[in-house]
Design a protein around this ligand. Structure first.
Ligand SMILES: *Cc1c(COP(=O)(O)O)cnc(C)c1O
Length: 315
């Protein structure tokens, strides 16, 4: 593989757009939307591209020519890795949690079309995916590979995500008070927290049910910025999961439709629908002090909409 870094040095920044709406005017809050969904004209885009780019440099440095990674049947990460493999001409293997019967959904069909080899495993096997025996058996079958963890989160991914902070500051001319974004593995949030200036805060909206996200981000930060302290510079919102990962309710769907119809803003029900819902709700509840500047990060993930429409005939 020759990874020619179209990214980064001659990467265009994603647009930063001022969002005007009476709610925010009334609350004295300036809201900007950072459109990482528009970072690249095609997949891989969004936070998945931010997380992949330095991994591709690293893979190149290690002289590996195939990536193996993990995900569920509707994974934005698998979609992004497959698209990157096609674009930069390296082999991709996706270990998918589930049965081959899931293989007909839009995400996996597109991944296969982009040349990804799919390897299906049941839930039990999937839960042991990082065990040495399993990885060895995959190496026997596919040859040596660059291993990317589920969701693509590692220190190279955090480095890529961290660049959002400085990029936004350049665009705005000053450092915004808050960055709000959805958290799945927490890798994007941890990367951004590791780049904050004093006084800035990240609000990570967990799209999973449970209260483990804060410690998960803490753990990732220790890996990314050993010894540094970001105490008080991030909060996790655990009340906007809408039932759990990839679960949804009608109020969430209505919010997504309203954003699309009133503002032309496309959101998905797994990540950005939930995080934007949270930003609106937090503004209503006076979470953001008057006079503050809030940047809501649109992390992308719109490829998942096709699968959602297939399954539920909504949106
Ligand atoms: C994967 C994904 C996330 C979660 O990112 P993490 O770094 O795993 O927290 C958020 N938004 C979108 C659109 C995603 O695809």
């Amino acid at each position: 593989m020759i990874f020619f870094p179209i990214g980064f040095s001659n990467f265009s920044s994603s647009p930063l757009v001022l969002h005007s709406e009476p709610l925010f005017a009334e609350k004295g809050v300036r809201l900007y939307i950072k459109r990482d969904d528009l970072l690249c004209p095609q997949e891989p885009s969004g936070n998945k591209w931010r997380k992949l780019a330095y991994n591709l440099f690293e893979m190149n440095a290690q002289k590996k020519k195939r990536v193996l990674t993990f995900g569920g049947a509707y994974s934005n990460h698998l979609a992004a890795v497959a698209a990157a493999g096609k674009q930069y001409d390296f082999e991709t293997i996706g270990v998918v949690r589930g049965e081959t019967t899931d293989a007909s959904n839009a995400t996996l069909l597109t991944a296969e079309h982009n040349g990804m080899q799919l390897h299906f495993v049941d839930r039990q096997q999937y839960s042991k995916k990082y065990h040495a025996n399993f990885l060895d058996s995959l190496r026997d079958q596919y040859g040596d590979f660059y291993l990317l963890p589920e969701g693509g989160t590692n220190r190279f991914a955090m480095k890529g995500a961290s660049e959002i902070v400085a990029e936004t500051r350049r665009q705005l001319g000053y450092a915004p008070d808050f960055f709000c974004l959805p958290a799945g593995t927490g890798g994007t949030a941890a990367g951004m927290i590791g780049a904050l200036e004093k006084g800035q805060k990240v609000v990570a909206i967990s799209v999973l049910k449970g209260d483990f996200m804060w410690s998960e981000i803490e753990r990732l930060l220790c890996e990314f910025r050993p010894g540094a302290s970001y105490a008080g510079q991030y909060v996790v919102q655990n009340n906007y999961h809408f039932g759990g990962y990839a679960k949804w309710t009608l109020p969430l769907i209505h919010f997504i439709e309203e954003m699309r119809d009133l503002h032309g803003l496309p959101l998905d029900p797994v990540y950005t629908g939930k995080s934007f819902y949270a930003v609106w709700d937090l503004a209503r509840k006076d979470f953001f002090p008057r006079g503050s500047t809030v940047v809501a990060l649109h992390t992308g993930g719109l490829q998942g909409l096709a699968g959602f429409r297939e399954r539920f005939h909504l949106l």
